[in-house]
Design a binder for this molecule. Structure first.
Ligand SMILES: *Cc1c(COP(=O)(O)O)cnc(C)c1O
Length: 232
């Protein structure tokens, strides 16, 4: 089987699993195909499958790949972002999913104002309050969102989370559920200028659980493309 055929099969499998997993309680989440480390020829076949959203986690890789992509592809920045590199991706990505500190939010706001644009972002939340995973601690989230609501250069569209690596399905189930609750709580605050439309959670290992708990986006890499082409 050639790569494009295998990819079509995997996409279809993931889509079916997502629909099943929501048990009719939520719309099936959108797939963000995580293409980091994979070359252009593996990304292009996504177009004929209707998958236009791709996730990348390195600024240099975005700068290399984005100019060669057909314009209908939308690049999502999903990795830790250094403030001094923000300026390079402002016009190249549709959404920065990994806003995890005030310094970064301020830099995005500043660059957006300079470039006369508004950058859509998600706020990355640390699901279990583990500092090393990156993300705003749950108890600090409301204050962080209120601070960002005053920044005209960025537009908060929702929340993102990276779950811990674990086989403990009960723990993951709890963490996804808590994220969904938090997302709804923040939505219900109706903070001026802050939208809560997107909840980005779930990866190759756990996208079914994420869908079950109302993710609106899942970020799926290896389940579509196989192992990464080089270690990250
Ligand atoms: C790499 C990555 C993913 C996708 O991981 P897979 O396990 O390959 O699906 C999702 N989210 C983030 C933030 C990543 O860095």
């Amino acid at each position: 089987m050639d790569f494009a055929t295998a990819l079509a099969q995997r996409v279809s499998d993931v889509q079916h699993s997502l629909e099943e997993a929501t048990e009719g309680r939520y719309p099936a989440p959108r797939i963000i195909a995580v293409t980091k480390t994979h070359p252009l020829e593996k990304i292009l076949p996504l177009a004929s499958l209707g998958l236009w959203d791709i996730g990348e986690n390195r600024v240099q890789e975005i700068r290399d790949k984005q100019p060669a992509l057909p314009p209908s592809f939308r690049v999502h920045m999903i990795g830790r972002l250094q403030t001094n590199k923000v300026k390079y991706i402002m016009k190249k990505v549709c959404l920065i999913q990994s806003v995890d500190r005030m310094e970064l939010a301020e830099m995005i706001h500043r660059q957006a104002c300079l470039q006369e644009t508004v950058m859509p972002v998600l706020v990355q939340v640390s699901p279990a309050g583990e500092a090393q995973k990156g993300g705003i601690a749950p108890e600090a989230l409301e204050g962080f969102l209120r601070a960002l609501s005053g920044m005209s250069g960025l537009h908060v569209r929702g929340l993102m989370a990276v779950m811990p690596h674990t086989d403990d399905t009960d723990l993951l189930d709890t963490l996804f559920f808590q994220m969904r609750c938090r997302f709804e709580q923040m939505r219900d605050l109706a903070i001026n200028g802050i939208d809560m439309e997107e909840l980005s959670m779930g990866m190759s290992e756990d996208y079914r659980l994420a869908a079950r708990h109302g993710a609106t986006m899942v970020r799926v890499g290896s389940a579509l493309f196989g192992p990464r082409e080089y270690p990250m």
